[in-house]
Design a binder for this molecule. Structure first.
Ligand SMILES: NC(=O)c1ccc[n+]([C@@H]2O[C@H](COP(=O)([O-])OP(=O)(O)OC[C@H]3O[C@@H](n4cnc5c(N)ncnc54)[C@H](O)[C@@H]3O)[C@@H](O)[C@H]2O)c1
Length: 387
């Protein structure tokens, strides 16, 4: 199959991610069918698409005629087999439950045309395992969008063990066609590229909470003031949800290293249902959609360099582990999937390796976690030549 043969995309699941994915496919001029198990879920998904397009019309970015044309490209269905039977690309966005994903892939691989690409939007599950449930697994790939899908430019296109180069390349082309920037992920590894780069910083947040010596308020205020971050790392954990934050760490502790195990403070917050913004209380109290942060102090014990050094160190591991094809790809991922100002290799290029290495050694000693230990390429500065 060639890119010009791709005319119809079936999106399985019309929830938070599915409706946004269907919208961007329809916006790119493709026929898109959005599927769910109940009409009320479809209606909710369609209402979200409508509201999102209305916003573009009110901003003058879309004409009313164009909106009608986009909606004309979009249809809905309550039947997976029916929806995929004439689709060239299928994108699955059902809940993160392995047995459900396998059931869906068995179903869609039996009903879709034999050469259709079957992609999963999973954030944390093994695509190779999902593929094992499909009729011809070599056409199963990962296609990891970021939330909100219509806004975030980057999409990780992931190889499962069974994937062929031709299918990955075609999915990358298709990603460009829908106005996104593909970032190739060569291995179906936990966190892929972009989320993996944030994993050790999540562990640091948990370690700081357990140590209990530095007030989260004073770190968040520092990160917002000195590093220009829109949200500090603790505020972000509350915003994402303590349950999501906890389960991501737990997943990394089971797949990457036991050192990612969520600490006692996170465990207590989870057990007492203090889930952050959505429950009104997490690390912070939330009122009117805002975390109640004491901004009167900035910690002297940490610097934005701590978080950055950890990210650069992890980027070196991802590159050495051949999860990314190049340093440039990792930077591309961070810029387009996370809206970072620049990627870790671009930022690291101007930094003193000794300062980076000393920062990591300090964190390693203070928190007793080997995941903060500097890679040899950081210590000797050779990471700057990694391509
Ligand atoms: N929410 C995010 O920020 C985010 C970001 C990136 C990736 N993801 C991944 O995207 C996937 C979907 O996440 P979400 O947040 O959109 O979930 P969601 O719960 O909002 O939506 C999932 C939808 O799938 C439907 N569904 C369930 N079983 C189905 C079936 N058999 N056939 C068709 N539809 C079915 C559900 O009714 C629901 O409407 C997950 O794998 C998740 O890990 C989520």
């Amino acid at each position: 199959m060639k890119l010009e043969d791709v005319k119809k995309v079936a999106v399985i699941g019309s929830g938070a991610m599915g409706n946004g994915i269907a919208q961007i496919c329809a916006q790119a001029g493709l026929k898109a069918v959005m599927v769910d198990i109940k009409q009320e879920f479809i209606d909710k998904g369609m209402a979200t698409v409508n509201a999102s397009l209305d916003k573009l019309v009110s901003k003058g970015k879309l004409t009313a005629e164009k909106k009608a044309e986009i909606l004309g490209n979009l249809s809905t269905s309550l039947n997976n087999a029916d929806a995929v039977k004439d689709a060239q690309v299928v994108i699955e966005a059902v809940p993160e439950i392995m047995d459900l994903k396998k059931k869906v892939f068995a179903e869609i691989s039996a009903a879709a045309p034999a050469d259709a690409l079957l992609a999963s939007n999973t954030s944390t599950m093994s695509i190779s395992e999902i593929a094992s449930a499909a009729k011809n697994p070599e056409r199963v790939l990962g296609m990891h969008f970021f939330n909100p899908a219509p806004v975030m430019k980057g999409v990780e296109v992931i190889y499962a063990k069974q994937s062929t180069d031709a299918n990955v390349d075609l999915l990358c082309e298709m990603t460009k066609k829908i106005g996104k920037v593909p970032v190739k992920v060569l291995k179906d590894a936990p966190g892929f590229i972009v989320n993996r780069l944030g994993a050790p910083n999540q562990a640091l947040i948990s370690a700081i909470l357990d140590e209990g010596k530095i007030k989260p308020d004073s770190i968040d205020t520092l990160m917002k003031t000195a590093a220009g971050m829109p949200m500090g790392p603790f505020e972000l954990a509350d915003f994402v949800g303590i349950d999501v934050f906890y389960h991501t760490l737990k997943y990394y502790s089971e797949t990457l290293s036991p050192e990612f195990k969520p600490g006692k403070v996170l465990q207590n917050l989870l057990d007492s249902k203090k889930l952050g913004m959505k429950s009104g209380q997490g690390i912070y109290k939330w009122e009117g959609g805002k975390a109640q942060i004491d901004a009167s102090q900035q910690t002297q014990e940490m610097s934005p360099m701590d978080f950055l050094a950890i990210q650069i160190n992890e980027a070196v591991r991802v590159l050495k582990g051949k999860i990314a094809a190049s340093a440039a790809d990792i930077d591309l991922g961070m810029v387009h999937c996370m809206r970072a100002f620049a990627g870790p290799f671009a930022l690291g290029a101007g930094m003193d390796p000794k300062q980076l290495s000393d920062t990591l050694e300090k964190l390693h000693k203070r928190y007793g976690l080997n995941i903060f230990k500097p890679e040899p390429e950081i210590t000797d500065g050779s990471f700057k030549n990694m391509k």
